[in-house]
Design a protein around this ligand. Sequence first.
Ligand SMILES: [Zn+2]
Length: 188
Amino acid sequence: MDKIKINFLGTAAQIPTAKRNTSGILITYKNENILVDCGEGIQRQFRKAKINLGKITRILLTHKHGDHVFGLSGLLSTLNFSDYRKTLYIYCPKGMKKFLEDFLKAGKFEENYSLKIQEVSGKFFETEDFYLEAEKMEHGTPTNAYNFIIKNKLRIDKKKLAKAKIPSGPLLSKIQQGKNVTYEGKYF
Ligand SMILES: [Zn+2]
């Protein structure tokens, strides 16, 4: 099974410290590199972590407070100067898109890549392996929490399953949850 890699690029609260950046978490799974929030200084954090900025596929913004978004215009500027030529998706809470568009006008260059900003709630992105969900939070300004959910796939040794002749159905989901089951007098 493919592993999820999580890089904590920024874990300070409102103010960066010498050792901790404002918000930014990178979730890497399969071909996706999803950045959650984009605090000031995020580019340096990528460099320190030796991760190429061009790998970013999506950015999830929780809300518009500066410690979560001030890194965005610098990041986009760098992507524009580099060879980033794919579509970058930025997701944000309902009521934030206009702010974001105005904010990104500052220092804006002609874009060499495609930028798509979407206000989201509920399930908003899905692949065959995982999906993303947004849930509204209370924080004095439109705010989302995000769920990254890997779809439920059987993580059971198929050879052992065949040997034990256990039929598919509710027993399998119990085994997957790590529970012990009894089938035809045998204990698994
Ligand atoms: Zn805030």
